[in-house]
Design a protein around this ligand. Structure first.
Ligand SMILES: [Zn+2]
Length: 103
């Protein structure tokens, strides 16, 4: 199953784009969430597993944004990074959707 083109979070559609933005090139980031446009960018040449895990990471940022979780940038990054591996593994272990392709 390929990476989805969109995800729904709290009834809002977020577009997933496999492109590297200018700021990703500058910072070395492999994913980005743009809250203003509800877009998630993924570096296109990632391995399938890393791409899916990075998408989970960016979806978690979108969830935090959607539900109004207010943390400092550093706090949010720590939470999201910790949750990324736990949620990714849970989705894989339970064979949920596009995540299982990374096995
Ligand atoms: Zn992050």
């Amino acid at each position: 199953m390929p990476i989805p083109k969109t995800v729904l979070i709290a009834g809002m559609t977020f577009e997933i784009i496999e492109e590297e933005t200018r700021s990703m090139v500058e910072t070395g980031a492999i994913g980005e969430f743009h809250r203003e446009t509800q877009k998630i960018y993924l570096k296109p040449d990632l391995s399938p597993g890393l791409k899916r895990s990075t998408l989970i990471h960016e979806i978690l940022h979108a969830i935090f944004y959607t539900f109004g979780v207010q943390l400092t940038h550093a706090e949010e990054e720590r939470c999201v990074a910790g949750l990324e591996s736990v949620v990714f593994r849970w989705l894989q272990d339970n064979k949920i959707g596009w995540v299982r392709e990374a096995e």
